[in-house]
Ligand binder design. Structure first.
Ligand code: UD1
Ligand code: MG
Length: 455
């Protein structure tokens, strides 16, 4: 709360996002492993002390589900027809009517906003403005509403489609974030009409209407990178680039070594400890924590995984959700780990699949080891004891348990539990035929077929 004032944040998320050319609602597209809407909702939660209302389209149940997953106490309102941004805000009229000091309107397609931006807007209300609008100088203002100012005053916002040549020359653009003094919000919003080129109810008309009512309206300038709105896949890619820059910078400032920062892709919630080294070309999906001193080598891909202190992952490793690596674990090239706990000091250095498993402390998983966790109907677990040694190219058919310190001979298909300290071996006995090659060759030179030579 700013200065004890109550606040309602209305998030508009009912747009169809036609220019995205996608079957998915626009606000569910992702940057840094998180939907555009979840970025906005997370910012509102971090700002703290405000109620939130999200306006969604009737056919976008996925959007409502995303809101609930991120901010369970947000109220959801349905905009039955898509008739413009002011019409969308009024879908949440019941929330506004509860009476708040400040009413913020935030677009679900503006994911790079910061809590400080919200404070700036609310600060203007506390100084007496009835409507405060965020503006930025756009490198390319095409498509944005233009802020018409006179000295310090904001006179009006003109949408690109309705703007004159002179107005289009203005490079101060509407960022889309607006704040209304709660006492006037409904009165102003209800006066907005749809007599414009698109026949939509434009939220931006609130400025001229508020001025007609003798109210104070102000524009506050912020940097473009905070408020870029996403209407196309190209803008989505540009926002991804921007958020990656931010996340990489934050990681470097937290003591992480990124050898080639521009080649590392982070998720918004990636947590990297001090002295973590990330080599070039590593991708972090959502839900990854890497503890201090661990090294993530090139071309590794991690999602939903925990990497313990001083562990080494990669190159070319894949950690999938539920991979939990203890201290000093080594997961090497072409090793995939899913839903498995790898305890301290255990190693799987080459070409393995470990899924639905526990690998005990200090165990060694040989090259080509596979936990056969799926029988085409259900998943089963493999439990490998402390210090066990799994010979190369073994298949462990789950459910199966390998006791502490047990050995599995290379190439075995293990279908039954192996007690601690035992050797389990499953392969045909080796046959050796002394001098066989020489006999074969002499038979061949005699013009006989190899088939006849074999016995
Ligand atoms: C809007 C602003 C423009 C500003 C730009 C900044 C208006 C009229 N125009 O244009 O001045 O420069 O954002 O990015 O406000 N939405 C609904 N229901 C609707 C229409 C839109 O929920 O009926 C939502 C969309 O999901 C989106 C947001 O409102 O999150 C903005 O709509 P969008 O169509 O992207 O507006 P812009 O053309 O970008
Ligand atoms: Mg937009």
């Amino acid at each position: 709360m700013t200065g004890g004032r109550t606040c309602l944040a209305i998030v508009l998320a009912a747009g169809d996002g036609t220019r995205m050319l996608s079957s998915q609602p626009k606000v569910l597209h992702q940057i840094a492993g998180r939907s555009l809407l979840a970025h906005v909702m997370t910012c509102l939660r971090e700002a703290g002390g405000m109620a939130s209302a999200v306006v969604v389209a009737p056919d976008h149940s996925g959007v409502a589900a995303e809101v609930k997953a991120n901010t369970p106490d947000a109220e959801i309102f349905v905009q039955t027809e898509r008739r413009g941004t002011a019409h969308a805000v009024l879908a949440a009229a019941a929330a506004i009517a509860k009476g708040f000091d400040d009413v913020l309107v935030v677009f679900g397609d503006t994911p790079l906003i910061r809590t400080s931006t919200l404070d700036t807007l609310r600060g203007a209300l506390s100084k007496g403005a009835a409507v405060a609008v965020l503006g930025f100088r756009a490198a390319d203002p095409t498509g944005y509403g233009r802020l018409v100012t006179k000295g310090e005053d904001l006179i009006a916002i003109v949408e690109h489609a309705d703007a004159s040549e002179a107005e289009r020359a203005i490079d101060l653009c509407n960022a889309g974030l607006m704040a209304f003094a709660g006492a006037h919000a409904l009165e102003v919003l209800r006066k907005i009409g749809n007599g414009n080129r698109k026949g939509e109810f434009y939220l931006t008309d609130a400025v001229a209407i508020a001025r007609d009512l003798g109210l104070k309206t102000v524009a506050l300038e912020v940097m473009e990178d905070e408020v870029s709105g996403i209407n196309s896949k190209a803008q989505l890619a540009a926002a991804e680039a921007q958020i990656q820059q931010r996340l990489r910078q934050a990681a470097l400032e937290a003591g992480v070594t990124l050898v080639a920062p521009d080649t590392v892709y982070l998720a918004a919630d990636t947590k990297l400890g001090r002295d973590v080294v990330v080599e070039p070309f590593v991708v972090f999906g959502p839900g990854v924590t890497v503890e201090a001193g661990a090294t993530i080598r090139s071309f590794s891909h991690l999602t939903g995984a925990h990497v313990g202190k001083d562990a080494i992952v990669g190159p070319y490793a894949r950690l999938r959700p539920g991979a939990k690596l203890g201290e000093k674990v080594h997961i090497g090239n072409f090793v995939e780990v899913k839903e498995a706990v790898i305890e301290a000091g255990a190693k799987a250095n080459h070409l393995a699949y470990i899924g639905d498993a526990r690998v005990g402390e200090g165990a060694n998983i040989g090259a080509g080891t596979i936990t056969c966790n799926y029988d085409s109907v259900s998943k089963h677990r493999t439990d490998i004891g402390k210090g066990a040694f799994i010979g190369s190219n073994s298949a462990l058919v789950a459910p199966v348990k390998i006791g502490d310190g047990a050995y599995i001979g290379s190439g075995s298909v293990i279908t039954r539990d192996v007690p601690a300290g035992a050797l389990a071996l499953e392969r045909a006995q080796q046959v050796v035929k002394e001098g066989w090659v020489k006999r074969l060759r002499s038979l061949k030179t005699m013009g006989k077929k190899a088939g006849q030579a074999s016995e």
